[in-house]
Design a protein around this ligand. Structure first.
Ligand SMILES: [Ca+2]
Ligand SMILES: [Ca+2]
Ligand SMILES: [Ca+2]
Ligand SMILES: [Ca+2]
Length: 251
């Protein structure tokens, strides 16, 4: 190998190691990993957990209190599981919440201060900033089964057409099922040319799940999520996709 070829090889090696470092730096340390089984038959979105597809998926806890005081298991506890088909991601959440509360009837007004199931999705697990772009989505699932996030115009926007959502009460719990179309960062608000991604085994995505619990206060009382936060503001998932965990689609 000539000296120039060796130099080129060395430069490529350095460049590649920088790419690897940048990839790791795109996410905060200690992100969770979730392996989602493929669903041979897609779950029916009806707020019942009887579909066979759910039996193979592991539970993941909503256990990190990002905002608010200590709470009891009766006040809030929650966990979720995920399966997938070529068409969509399916999420089942089992939530205990002593008071179900929707103070702001307008769907785009202070939606994060009403009870809501928040599902954060980063199609390519890129991490990075997603406040006013679609590098990632933060779907705030309201009690009336809408999905709200911030658009590229920096305004709250209704993305209910990306999801199918239904929850029902079962004793002191609710079972909440959501099917979600997955879009890339090239999604354009208001366009009718956006096409959901076809999902395949082995695909790695970013996922984080949280619950905003309000039990008749002016602002939400707790914000409890699936990923650990260490320092600074602990409610930044709506801006920083680097907080999301890793979701891998198993075959
Ligand atoms: Ca509660
Ligand atoms: Ca509301
Ligand atoms: Ca992304
Ligand atoms: Ca509540």
């Amino acid at each position: 190998m000539s000296i120039s070829a060796r130099l080129m090889t060395a430069l490529i090696t350095i460049a590649m190691s920088h790419v690897a470092t940048a990839g790791e730096a795109a996410h905060h340390p200690d992100r969770s990993r979730y392996l989602a089984p493929h669903a041979d038959v897609a779950p029916l979105i009806d707020g019942e957990d009887g579909n066979a597809a759910w039996a193979n998926a592991a539970w993941q806890e909503l256990q990190y209190n990002w905002l608010g005081p200590e709470y009891t298991p009766e006040d809030f506890s929650g966990r979720y599981k995920v399966v997938w088909t070529e068409e969509r991601i399916y999420l089942l959440a089992e939530i205990t919440d002593d008071v179900l509360y929707d103070s702001h009837r307008h769907p785009l007004q202070q939606y994060w201060d009403d009870d809501c199931l928040e599902i954060f999705i980063d199609e390519d697990f890129s991490g990075g900033e997603h406040h006013y772009n679609h590098n990632a989505f933060a779907y705030h699932m309201s009690l009336d089964n809408r999905a709200i996030d911030i658009g590229t115009d920096k305004l709250a926007r209704d993305y209910t057409h990306h999801v199918e959502s239904r929850w029902r009460q079962h004793g002191d719990k609710i079972i909440w099922e959501v099917a979600i179309d997955i879009y890339t960062d090239e999604y354009v608000d208001g366009s009718d040319e956006n096409t959901p991604v076809k999902l395949t085994a082995g695909k790695v995505m970013g996922l984080m799940v949280a619950y905003c619990d309000n039990d008749r206060s002016e602002l939400r009382e707790n914000f409890v999520g699936s990923e650990i936060t260490y320092e600074g503001k602990t409610d930044q998932g709506y801006i920083d996709a680097g907080l999301f965990g890793e979701l891998k689609l198993d075959d």
